[in-house]
Write a protein that binds this ligand. Sequence first.
Ligand SMILES: C[S@@+](CC[C@H](N)C(=O)[O-])C[C@H]1O[C@@H](n2cnc3c(N)ncnc32)[C@H](O)[C@@H]1O
Length: 399
Amino acid sequence: MDSSAASIPSWLLRHLQQAGEAVPFSHYMDWVLNDPEGGYYGSGAAVIGPGGDFATSPSLGDDFGALLATQLADWLGTLRASGGTLSVVDVGPGEADLSVALAEALPALCAGFADRLELVLVEHNPGMQRRQQARLAGCTTLPVRWSSWEELQRHPVQGVLLAHELLDALPVDRLIWHEQQLRLQTVALNADMRLQLDSVELPDALRSAIASWTAETGCAMPPPGAADGWTSEWHSALPAWMAQASDALSTGWLLVIDYALEAARYYTPRRSEGTLITYRQQRAGADPLTHPGQLDITAHLCIESVIAAAVAGGWSALDQRRQGEALLALGLAQRLHALQALPPTQLSDALQRREALLRLVDPMALGDFRWLLFGRGVGSRFSDPDTPDTPDTAGSALG
Ligand SMILES: C[S@@+](CC[C@H](N)C(=O)[O-])C[C@H]1O[C@@H](n2cnc3c(N)ncnc32)[C@H](O)[C@@H]1O
């Protein structure tokens, strides 16, 4: 696979020429997403939402954040006795849709301790942070601040860390099965100055990480029956991120919400091109070398890998749920029902919200997203109207 020289922007050419040799795919992905001059998020070129490149749950309207706020308020309420500030940290806030909805909904749901709440946004990319600051400039419902990830680790908070569609944006390595050898995919400039995918032998550190994962999960890599050319993703950045996340939180929860698959569905011979996907103007694509810096590149998470990285990083795995079930337990059906009571003057708003609510639980799309819950010094699970919380036993709910 290669791409035309005309489409290689100067900032990317600089990175590749400085490297002087083929680089792992993860380096290329990091540059095209996060380079401050030309990266998709780094430059602020990303546009998230139904009218942008791709939609996320919070970008469909405030209902998602309002429903999630009821869950967060429940958890935060259990930390009331500890005193001090209770922080809700939105890591990778994008357009800040989730932060805005939480800022609106949380104070009323936290009666008696709303004055102890704060909202913290952690954004890696200055281009996106500028947009978030403009979006939240007039927020008066609770204190809002931005923190660097490093600063948060130096001064940990208690409360909830939210990683909503963040981990799928972390650069991934790509593994390729070639001539009976598992290799690392690379990106290079060829003699015609075009971007080209190639591969090298697996570095020792990656080989041993895969061997440990195989021993732990019992899944083979590549899966038996993989054909020559079989390719998939490996989230090398997850262990460090999870360890840093646990340093950033003294007590509380980490909620990961993302598209994710079980290892047996992720690493299968049938998924021979992996899960990597690009988005631009609502169109999905499979070629990560085209339009560098102008499209999103993302990969599904492997559930077992997320859990293994979290546990190694100091988290207890508490619970997991599909988004559809989680939102129904939090009252999505009641919200849908309540739309019927809106007056005819609000018909267009009601129809739009109805469509958004249905999209959030569509089992073929956002409803299949996974909510993965981790804790530090806490034991709660997801709210379930049918099964009361069992905080004492929740710690053993996941591997
Ligand atoms: C796919 S968007 C998700 C946006 C938002 N959470 C949503 O769901 O609508 C990823 C966001 O994470 C940011 N980001 C990427 N890597 C990051 C990192 N290591 N730490 C913090 N933010 C990061 C991007 O700049 C972008 O704002």
